[in-house]
Each structure stands twice: as C-alpha cells, then as structure tokens.
Design a protein around this ligand. Sequence first.
Ligand code: BES
Ligand code: MN
Ligand code: MN
Length: 463
Amino acid sequence: MTNTLQDVLNWIDEHLEESLQRVEDFLRIPSVGTDPAHDEDTRRAAQFAGDLLSELDMDTTVHTTPGQPMVVAHDDGPGTGPHILYYGHYDVQPADPLELWDSPPFEPVRVDGEEGPKIVARGAADDKGQLMMFIEAFRAWKAVTGSVPAPVRILLEGEEESGSDSLEPFLHEHAKELESAVCVISDTGMWTPDTPAITTRLRGIIYLQATLHGPSHDLHSGVYGGAVVNPINALTRIVSQLHDDHGRVQIDGFYDDVDVDEALLSEWKGLNFDEAGFLETAGLKTSMGEASHSVLERVWARPSCDINGIWAGYTGPGAKTVIAAHASCKISCRMVPNQDPRVIMDALKAFLEARTPEGCRWEFEEFGCNPGICVATDSPWLQSARQAMNQVFENDAVLIGSGGSLPIVGSFQSILGIDSLLVGFGLDSDRVHSPNEEFSIARFRHGVRSHAAMVEAFGALSS
Ligand code: BES
Ligand code: MN
Ligand code: MN
C-alpha cells in the first residue's frame, strides 16, 4: 500500500463520525422520487448531494429534467487519462407500510446489530448510504492530498426506483460531457460481511399493470351472482395459471432463450452459498420454485414471474356484497441475459388475452421492459478494483450475480458505450425496499475505504 493511501484510510477512520452525520442528514430528506407529493423533497435531496460535491470544489450542476433533477459533477484531478464515471441514485422507495417501521423511516437511528451499530432509515443501503461512500472517499483524498487521484465524473439521478425515464434522453444529450472509460456503481451487494464482491450479472425486468374490465358497473352480488362474470374471480383464476405446481412459468416461450453458462454455474458452486442463511433473511425455512435448479441459480440465472400487487372490489371493514366491475394486478418478470424482454412482454400479454372471459376486456399499462445484463469480467478496471480491495479486506473479492435489476447499466452500454463496474456493499439482510431498511456502519466504512483504494488504482490505470 502507498503511504498516501494509508494516510487517506487513516483520515477516513478519524473522520468517520462526520461522514455518518452527513449520511444521516441526507437520509432525513424523504426523496421518494416516484411520489409527486415528495417532488419538493426529491429536489432538495438533489440539491443536498450537489452541495456536497460543490463543497469538494467539484464543478457541479444540478440539471432539471422532465422528471427529477440530475446531479453532474466533474473533477479532472491531476490525471490526464480517461475519466471514471461514478453513478448513484438519491431517490428512495416509498416507505409504506409505515406502521411496520420500528422508528420513523426518515429519522435515521443507530441500532446495534450483528455487525455492530447500523443505521436504520429508508435509503440507508439503497442507495444514499452507498453513493455517499464514494463521495466520502473523494473528500478524504482531497483533504489529505488536495485532489482526487483519478479524473472523475459523477452522475446522480432521482428516478432509479421508478424506471429512470429521464436518464436515456439525458445520456444522449450529455454524451460528450459524460464520456468515460468505465462507470462505477455502488448499488449492489457484498458476498458476506467480510467478503467484497463485484457483480457481473444482473437480471432485467419487465413490468405490466393489467386491469380486467367486465360489467359496466359494480353489481349486487345476490341479484347477479352466479349469472354474470366476476372480474375478480376471473383475474385470480387467470394469474394463478402463470405458474404450474412446480413453480415453472407457463408463459409461452418463457424459457426458450435462457442461456446456461456452465462455466459460470460451476464458478458459483465454488462460492458455497448459504441457502439456509439466505432463506432466513426472508424469515423462511424452505425455498420454492424450479426444483431442478439451485436457489442461487434460480435468483441469479433463471427468469421469474411475480404478481407484485392485486386490488379490486370491496376491502373496507365489514361485509359488502358486490361484484366489482373490474380487477387489477401488477405483474413483473425478471429477465436473464439473452432473453428478449420485448418478446416476453408480448408473450405475457398474449397469455392473459388468450384467457379473457367472454364479456371482458384487458387494459394494459407497461412500466419498463429491460434486458438482463452481463458485464465483461476481463476488463483492466475490474482487475484493478479487485486488487485495490485486497488492500482493505482480508478476503479476495469474488465475482457474483444478482437477482436485482439496474436497467441503467444497459443504457450506459448502449448510449455511452461503456461497461459498469458494480462494486456494492449491501447484504440481502439490509431489508432494501422493506420497512426497517438498514446499513451497517462497518460496511459503510469498508465501502469508503474500498472506494479510496479503488480510485487510486484507477488513477494509476488511466494516466
Ligand atoms: N439497487 C437496486 C437493485 C439491486 C438490488 C441490485 C439488490 C442488486 C441487489 C435498485 O435500486 C432497484 O431496486 N432496482 C429495481 C429496478 C426497477 C425499479 C426498474 C429492481 O430491481 O426492482
Ligand atoms: Mn438501488
Ligand atoms: Mn432499489
């Protein structure tokens, strides 16, 4: 390790409490990007992040877009080589159901956990706590040496959790300004609390809202029951056919283009996945799904289909005897690389259409149609990130897959022509998108230290 890096790592430890307070201030802003009622807060979060970067003397602009603002910052550092783009999202998932939180979601608290103290708040791990790791690493470099050791650009968006609608037009418009050699993202997980990981595969996602319309209006269920179609009966019957009794998805051609990379699967076997531990993070003892594939393979390399919401009819207190005029659901399918999400979206609609009861019609609305992602594993950036993390972790970084989706990685590939380096510090047990989301302070510290080591290594590589 260079003496300078050692000084930077020491600085990070000495100033950790101040870093955590900045993270907590950020977490206090309820930037629920998808909810118009929080537009003001979401803009405030963009400004907060922009101010942090300006404070570091980075050339920072908070751009307005038709959706939420984009924060862009530049720092040429002392380097002359290609830039490294750092991406993060300052929007968070809605916090509801609020009653399931042990403390208010936007009032961060520190609670003791298995890895020591942790911060509990919406966005602690996804993604405010994680994007703050590279910002704090830059701060440490600036404090100790006066500059960041590689030329960097930073892009923070506020629509990741709602589909990143403004991102692609923005990338097209600002392609020149954002030109970089690689994009670094901290929005994924580690392998274990002491084993860092680089994610090389992500699932894509298609999302469809479907409403089945039947009678012209809600009907008395005694006057009409048994004689006319009930959209709730019909919709639940139809969606129950999406899977067979063994958990296999029944949409036509669903598995046709699923690639099976035997080499990758055997590499993953070597990770010795703790299946029981994984199920425990979900409060379960048994898994469900395609029995011919391991749990790890089902999440990382098999497509899936889930109903994410379903609503219709009377759900208030007591009884109301009614046949609802319509019933709705939200269905998403996770895609793996090589599957064409458009083909699967059309096949899903065809599946529903083919089962339309007489007298009914479907109304569809799409919320995203994104492919699974593979990133190159032989890039010098990835190698150099791995080596850099060896300086702060005892264990070598492993290459993993992920069941989650980051559609922006595909946009960076197709619009900017660059691959992403996914170095995240979350864990499955962080309860992202759920009540009581958390991020351990130990992993935050490791993340800041890792980013400090990585940016030094990138500087060496890019000069
Ligand atoms: N950070 C997550 C994605 C993720 C989660 C990656 C866990 C790896 C492990 C991201 O913020 C997210 O939630 N993405 C959405 C994408 C959707 C809104 C288009 C997802 O995966 O549901
Ligand atoms: Mn995220
Ligand atoms: Mn998320």
